[in-house]
Design a protein. Structure first.
Lengths: 192, 582
């Protein structure tokens, strides 16, 4: 019968409309917290910026450099300026200079300068994947809009640095796994 | 090394028949048959008419710089399945002329134009040899090895100045004009004319009969796009109308051209992986799959069992996400403003949630490595996939089916519109749902199985009318078949095991040689042709982009129809401009 297909289709939209309405107004309040997920009832769309999606641990934007604070409150970066991240970077947005010992002039395993041009960075995560020292990691902070580009988008070492505790907070699974591996490595090898 | 080596009886046959015009490519790591330009058309006719190689999958060129030689590489297959044949033609850099094969294989049209555009190789006998991606008046041929782009730094990555000297700067700020513009030496910008569409309009009207003066109607040239909501990006269709009827139509590509292949030849092999995500950005996992498969052919590595299942799982989820979205946006083009596409996007979002959790990014997944995948899937994500595949998606796909398939408006707008016959579809090298909707059950997962697709039980979906409605139905059917594959993947996947064979190296060695790998992406045959010379970077990196080649038949689908239907047809071809324009 002509027109039957349209009516059948309209029942689908009406079904969506009512289920959304009733779930949002009469359903349990927790449903609103699950918007955009598998358990979502009611409205599916996440009302950003009032709400935001839960981001999984592996989510990645813009690398950061992990540091710890020593006794005097100085930042101690894990980075040894080996340069693997600069070599593996597909867009070549990383620049590193290695620090030299002031007395002898010999290079020391520490970066003097570390730049990332975040206009170029494509968030692929290769630097974090191939860093042998767990020194560079991918961030979760995606709110990075700014009014200017140019120099403000070339992040220096100061801007890139984030404490180890922050890393442990945003990626607890990866952190605990890496720490376990470190502890296993640090154990003295038995020589019997 | 490559699956091309098993066609020996064929090679013998060709050599005995066409000797001395035909010889085997005997360089180590290379396969294929070298044909002299004089015998090219004969060999192609023989292959097509006598041996049944009716499907010209890919045509590309390769610059042998600094040697004075271009190679044009053809990959031919049979639509009844099986191994292919690779032909090569050599020509000099000084005066590169090769006979065109468009009379035998119309699908070579855009690909030959692209080679003309990128390498300056002239195809004699091509009916419309204009630049495809760059604009008319562009100086130079970008993919030649001695062509240097603006803001050029070094030939290959990694660039040496990044470490240990280092110095953060925006390259474009170092340009004295403080702009991205830099002209080649022999180019005079004052002589550049913006009236470059003349050649396009000439080509459009060239084949048309003289206007019918009796009725006193005028032909009208209408440009749809590049900024038009129905083109899904910056794509332009230039059409000639008589009344409302389309009499000629040419797609104009290249508004988002980034020269993906040049970038790929500057990159190391691994650095290309995230760039492949950006080709067809709606199905990045498939692109990763194709590239990884090709490089694995060269390297001779085999991913572990669990990784293979993970790959298939991700590729099929991608297909579902891409097809649901394609169906939704086809309805958008028909005028069903956003309700169907938002129902479709809901499922896609949930699939992308899984991708995000597994690979770290929703669309630019960068999940595959040579010999495996980056990381294992967690048990929670696997449970999610299981729930999606077994509970939610079948229900939602049925919902979409119920919602749209019988709708009288959809049927009257789609049935009989944009028809492509089976012969045309094969001739135009159409791939994927376009080809299968025309009644050609050709699916690479079945015709030339890669990875572990030979283990799964699934049907190759096809329909016989070749119209927009059948393309929609084929996509719907394919989603159901993908769900069927996914159920088997979840059942058969080993519960644990490595996901990477060996340790992934950031500058892994790829032996010298060539490989053509192809996978069945959501839009059709996605092929990668890679030549390695044993160094860190590929010497040639070519993408056989299904979206772009599917557009070759667009004129045939649109001519004779109404201009309003051209939008529907384009929606049913389901192009992604990242891949069309590369």
């Amino acid at each position: 019968m002509n027109g039957f297909g349209i009516v059948k289709g309209l029942f689908v939209t009406i079904g969506h409309f009512f289920s959304t309405y009733f779930a949002d107004h009469f359903g349990p309040k927790t449903e609103k917290l699950k918007r955009g997920t598998l358990e979502a009832g009611g409205l599916f769309t996440v009302q950003y910026p009032e709400e935001s999606v839960n981001i999984p641990e592996e989510f990645r934007v813009i690398p950061f450099l992990v540091y710890t604070l020593d006794e005097s409150g100085q930042r101690k970066y894990r980075c040894t300026a080996c340069g693997i991240c600069a070599k593996v970077c597909p867009t070549q947005c990383i620049w590193i200079t290695r620090k030299k010992d002031e007395a002898t002039g010999k290079p020391v395993p520490e970066s003097a300068e570390f730049y990332i041009d975040i206009d170029k960075c494509m968030n692929c995560g290769s630097c974090a994947e191939f860093c042998p020292f767990d020194a560079i990691k991918m961030d979760h902070d995606y709110r990075i809009a700014s009014y200017t580009r140019g120099e403000t988008h070339i992040y220096n070492k100061e801007r890139l640095g984030k404490p180890l505790e922050y890393y442990a907070k945003i990626r607890p699974g990866n952190y605990s796994q890496e720490e376990a591996e470190r502890a296993a490595k640090a154990q003295p090898v038995r020589t019997d | 090394m490559s699956d091309m080596t098993v066609i020996d009886p064929l090679t013998d046959d060709l050599i005995s028949r066409f000797s001395p015009n035909v010889e085997l490519d005997s360089r180590p790591g290379y396969t294929g048959i070298i044909v002299l330009t004089s015998a090219l058309v004969d060999v192609f006719s023989y292959l097509k008419d006598q041996l049944g190689f009716d499907y010209l999958s890919s045509v590309t060129a390769f610059d042998d710089y600094p040697e004075d030689q271009f190679e044009i590489v053809y990959h031919l297959f049979k639509t009844i399945g099986g191994n292919g044949v690779e032909l090569k033609v050599l020509t000099t850099r000084e005066d590169p002329v090769v006979p065109s094969v468009t009379s035998l294989y119309p699908g070579a049209d855009f690909q030959e134009r692209e080679i003309w555009d990128m390498y300056g190789i002239h195809f004699s006998g091509h009916h419309d040899l204009r630049r495809l991606l760059m604009w008319e008046g562009f100086a130079g041929y970008p993919l030649r090895k001695d062509w240097i782009e603006p803001l050029f730094e070094e030939d290959v990555k990694p660039f040496k100045n990044r470490w240990p000297e280092g110095r953060g700067f925006h390259k474009e700020n170092t340009n004295p004009f403080s702009d991205n513009v830099q002209y080649p030496k022999e180019f005079d910008p004052s002589g550049f004319s913006t009236e470059t569409d003349e050649s396009l309009y000439q080509a459009l009207t060239a084949d048309l009969p003289i206007e019918n003066d009796e009725l006193g109607t005028d032909r009208l040239v209408v440009n749809i796009g590049p900024q038009h909501p129905s083109t899904h990006g910056v794509f332009r269709m230039s059409a000639v109308l008589e009344g409302e009827t389309v009499v000629a139509l040419k797609p104009v590509l290249g508004y988002m051209h980034r020269n993906h292949e040049k970038i790929g030849e500057r990159n190391t092999f691994l650095q290309n992986m995230p760039f492949t995500d950006r080709l067809d950005y709606l199905s990045s996992m498939s692109n990763n799959f194709g590239y990884a498969t090709t490089i694995e052919k060269l390297m001779g590595v085999q991913p572990p069992e669990r990784a293979e299942y993970l790959r298939v799982m991700m590729a099929e989820l991608t297909r579902i996400a891409s097809h649901t979205m394609s169906i939704g946006f086809l309805l958008n083009d028909l005028g069903a403003f956003f309700t169907p596409s938002l129902y479709a996007l809901e499922e896609r979002e949930l699939i992308l949630d899984i991708f995000e959790s597994v690979s770290g990014s929703r669309m630019m997944c960068n999940y595959f490595r040579f010999g495996g995948v980056v990381r294992d899937i967690s048990s929670e994500d696997l449970a999610k996939v299981k729930y999606m595949v077994e509970e939610r998606l079948p229900r939602k796909i049925d919902d979409l089916d119920r919602y749209l398939t019988d709708n009288e408006i959809v049927r009257s707008r789609c049935e009989g519109v944009g028809v492509l016959t089976a012969e045309d579809a094969i001739g135009f090298s159409a791939a994927g749902p376009i080809l299968r909707a025309s009644g050609v059950p050709y699916d690479i997962r079945r015709a030339d199985p890669y990875s572990i697709y030979d283990r799964f039980d699934f049907d190759v979906c096809y329909r016989n009318h070749g119209d927009v409605y059948d393309r929609y139905l084929v996509r719907l059917d394919e989603i159901r078949q993908s769900l069927r594959i996914l159920k088997q993947v979840i059942d058969q996947m080993p519960s644990e095991g490595p996901v990477m064979s060996g340790k992934v190296q950031y500058q892994g060695k790829v032996p010298a040689g060539e490989a053509y790998g192809r996978v069945e992406g959501p839009r059709g045959e996605l092929g990668f042709y890679v030549v390695s010379d044993g160094k860190l970077n590929p010497k040639r990196y070519h993408v056989r982009a299904p979206s772009m080649i599917n557009l070759t038949g667009l004129e045939r689908m649109c001519v004779g129809g109404k201009i309003a239907d051209a939008v529907t047809v384009l929606g049913s071809v389901d192009i992604v401009l990242g891949e069309v324009d590369r």
